[in-house]
Design a protein. Structure first.
Length: 328
């Protein structure tokens, strides 16, 4: 257990007895990408998450513009909402601003937030501004679940706890691109594709809605890397993942640029903000959407020895190099 997980456990232990019941307010509390609650049985369930980005930890002003920073502060929250199958609605933004900041600087920061809202949904409705030695932005996001015509519960969401043995494991997009961008930027190399992905990632809001509408019940966004986030999914659902490494979607240019490391980068690289999900059958998905996701493995009954087992197409067990993507 890393320090971040340890702190979360402390919070959970302190407040677990105070969580309202499903029939009162709370539907999902600590332990998922977002919390879910309802005011009463007649309202659409609300989805709430909070994410913060801090200068020097999540972005470097040597290669991030202030618009990039504003953009990222919003999309990391849109991505958490997307993993639940939620529409983004509102954002409350608290900013820590250095004393040497100019009016034009703050306009650029705000414009980045506005661009992300315009493209992927939601609007900033309030927040706070304080003086700080470094730039930090903490955002609380509120989304809403769509109504389902099936069952007594007319709102539905994708949760980390809903994976079952026998489920197939799928991902959107390709993996390792953001890490490639960060590495190239740190090396001072001028490269457009991966650096743009790292500085202005795209949350999979439409994909989240497509998945939840197709009956997908378990999902998490890949913010800390495939391995790290798949571990969280396995722990929450008490299952073991068998991954076919040869099926992990990897950009051809990543393979060319990092010929000796692309597999490890795809497994460990964070901030891709793709969606990692499980489903009973790929046939759940609409025919035109099947081509936009990749099945990379299957969930099995819990295995005390391994949470995740990596194999190749010939079923040979592999031991990729796992580097934890740390935000703390």
């Amino acid at each position: 257990m890393n320090q971040e997980e340890n702190y979360i456990k402390i919070i959970e232990k302190a407040f677990s007895k105070d969580f309202p019941t499903k029939n009162n307010v709370n539907e999902v509390g600590i332990g998922d990408d977002s919390a879910i609650y309802e005011i009463d049985e007649t309202t659409t369930k609300q989805v709430v998450c909070t994410d913060a980005i801090v200068e020097g930890t999540h972005f470097d002003l040597k290669y991030f513009s202030l618009e990039d920073v504003g953009w990222k502060s919003i999309i990391v929250n849109q991505s958490d909402l997307a993993s639940m199958g939620s529409n983004p609605n509102y954002f409350n933004v608290s900013c820590g601003i250095p004393p040497n900041f100019k009016t034009e600087d703050f306009k650029l920061l705000t414009n980045g937030m506005k661009l992300a809202c315009d493209q992927y949904g939601g609007v900033v409705i309030g927040g706070d501004i304080v003086k700080s030695d470094k730039i930090f932005i903490s955002v609380t996001a509120i989304g809403s679940l769509e109504k389902s015509e099936e069952g007594p519960d007319n709102n539905f969401a994708m949760l980390r706890t809903n994976s079952m043995p026998g489920d197939y494991i799928g991902v959107t997009g390709s993996l390792g691109n953001s890490l490639a961008g960060r590495m190239l930027l740190n090396e001072g190399k001028r490269e457009k594709k991966f650096s743009a992905i790292h500085k202005r990632p795209s949350p999979r809001v439409k994909d989240g809605l497509n998945l939840v509408r197709s009956g997908v019940k378990a999902c998490i966004d890949i913010s800390d890397g495939l391995h790290s986030d798949l571990e969280k999914l396995c722990k929450a659902s008490n299952v073991t993942a068998h991954i076919d490494v040869d099926k992990i979607p990897i950009d051809d240019r990543l393979k060319v640029t990092f010929p000796d490391a692309f597999i490890d980068m795809a497994i460990s690289g964070g901030e891709d903000f793709e969606l990692l999900f499980t489903l009973k059958s790929i046939n759940q998905l609409p025919e035109d959407y099947k081509r936009q996701v990749t099945v990379i493995g299957k969930m099995m009954k819990p295995n005390n020895a391994n949470l995740i087992l990596y194999k190749n197409t010939d079923s040979e067990i592999l031991n990729p190099t796992i580097t934890e993507w740390k935000h703390f």
